[in-house]
Design a protein around this ligand. Structure first.
Ligand code: ZN
Length: 217
């Protein structure tokens, strides 16, 4: 991502607060209710967010020490851990989210400047410099703040984040041969559309409703 580190770290802070606030008022029934992601309750999603913070802590450890510590031991283990988390009380999961996010924040702040260039491998198998890690986290906390389905929308996310996210998804979708140009709508609406999260308020240039793209993230 071309967005600078300070701005990206502030996206992480904003997204973490949006997620924490979103789950703060939930009772057990609220935690057990569906998220916006197919097949996942809010408990699944909060578990995923907490486990993601720990996975990114492993990548920071890898970058600073050179010891290979992957995000997850396997995709099966990652999924099994999310299922197990979804059985726990919601308040435990909310606390896990907060403490893991605070540890990640501390580790990001403490990163030695020369460690950002160290290469690590993501869960998708991409080799990236550690400087991508804050962006990976920003994307998770800001987009999933909406997916928690407690009322946060793309219009609540920072414009600079929406622009950067839209650019990234456009490039990925274009590389996959999908049509992503000529969308008409507000920045939040077009970005939500590109992210596969609703087509409302988005049309093609001739005014026809935009077709929903394939799922993303
Ligand atoms: Zn995610």
């Amino acid at each position: 991502m071309s967005t600078d580190l300070g701005a990206t770290l502030s996206f992480v802070t904003t997204g973490t607060k949006l997620c924490a606030d979103a789950v703060a008022g939930l009772d057990e029934a609220g935690f057990a209710a569906p998220s916006a992601l197919p097949g996942w309750t809010r408990k699944h999603l909060v578990t995923h967010l907490a486990a993601n913070a720990e996975a990114l802590l492993r990548l920071l450890h890898w970058a600073t020490t050179g010891e290979r510590t992957p995000m997850y031991s396997s995709p099966e283990q990652r999924n099994a851990d999310i299922e197990a988390g979804a059985q726990r009380p919601g308040t435990d999961l909310a606390r896990w989210f907060t403490t893991s996010a605070a540890r990640l924040d501390e580790a990001l702040t403490a990163m030695p400047a020369d460690a950002w260039a160290a290469e690590v491998v993501t869960a998708q198998g991409r080799t990236v410099p550690a400087s991508e890690i804050p962006w990976m986290r920003a994307r998770e906390v800001l987009v999933h703040a909406v997916d928690l389905a407690t009322g946060v929308t793309f219009a609540d996310l920072p414009d600079a984040f929406l622009s950067a996210l839209g650019d990234e998804i456009r490039a990925k979708r274009a590389a996959a041969g999908e049509q992503v140009d000529g969308l008409v709508g507000s920045l939040p609406a077009v970005t939500a559309h590109l992210a596969g999260r609703g087509t409302s308020g988005v049309t093609t240039q001739d005014g026809a409703p935009a077709r929903a793209p394939s799922p993303w993230l």
